[in-house]
Write a protein that binds this ligand. Structure first.
Ligand SMILES: [Zn+2]
Length: 239
């Protein structure tokens, strides 16, 4: 991960205040970068609604199979020293759901964290905090998808009361609350409902997360949204 100049004195001060406890070489470098004057006009200093609009327009192009012609070498040199992603995506590891393709965005546009079942644990949260605090991301989307294998496996494991091998029980543990929520509802398709509940639970977790992301959401500078990607159509539906 590489950084960008911090967009605001608030972010700069927050980072400098925590500098004494930062030991990672990468973040120390960002502290040094942060000490420079804030640029204030970073390309991703846009309202969250505009970022969302760009994503959904990109998804419409993708679903219609009319993606923008992209020259991926363009701006490659500029990206060496900085990145200005317009959104962070919490996506599933599923090979069929590639956020850059699904939203028709290029290198440097999206800050993507992926884990089977698209849930937020502390590691994912730390990455998102980096995206918001250091990179100035204005929008986070938790993106579930139809026919999710992780959700399906969790539903089955809970239903059959079986224990999956290896570390897979960790996945089940992370997704169990969503399945339980879905059971309470009146949805006919438990996997479909659990997928939706999982997105909602994790967007809500981010909205109230402390100490970094929640306050940005409250101030309106960062927006958290949930969406579900339809494997059959390629379309993302916002929840
Ligand atoms: Zn999945």
């Amino acid at each position: 991960m590489c950084g960008r100049h911090l967009a605001s004195p608030m972010r700069r001060n927050l980072l400098l205040a925590g500098a004494s406890s930062i030991t990672l070489a990468g973040l120390s470098r960002h502290v040094a970068v942060a000490a420079q004057p804030a640029s204030g006009n970073a390309p991703n200093s846009i309202p969250p609604a505009e970022a969302l609009d760009r994503l959904m327009q990109g998804n419409a192009r993708y679903a219609a199979n009319t993606p923008s012609n992209k020259d991926y070498s363009a701006d490659r040199a500029a990206r060496v020293s900085a990145q200005y992603p317009i959104a962070a995506i919490v996506g599933c590891a599923d090979s069929r759901v590639a956020p850059e393709l699904a939203f028709d965005q290029g290198p440097g546009d999206l800050f993507v964290v992926r884990v089977a079942g698209n849930f937020v644990n502390d590691d994912i949260l730390a990455s998102l905090e980096y995206g918001v605090e250091i990179l100035g991301v204005p929008l986070i989307m938790v993106l579930g998808h139809t026919q999710c294998g992780a959700v399906t496996a969790t539903v089955k494991a809970l239903k059959d009361r079986t224990r999956l091998p290896g570390h897979l029980p960790e996945l089940v543990r992370a997704l169990k609350p969503a399945v339980q929520m879905a059971k309470v509802g009146h949805g006919e398709d438990l996997v479909e409902q659990a997928t939706i509940e999982n997105v909602k639970l994790n967007t809500n977790r981010l909205i109230v997360s402390r100490p970094l992301i929640g306050p940005y959401v409250k101030s309106g500078r960062v927006k958290i949204v949930g969406g579900v990607y339809d494997l059959a159509t390629g379309k993302v539906t916002l929840l």
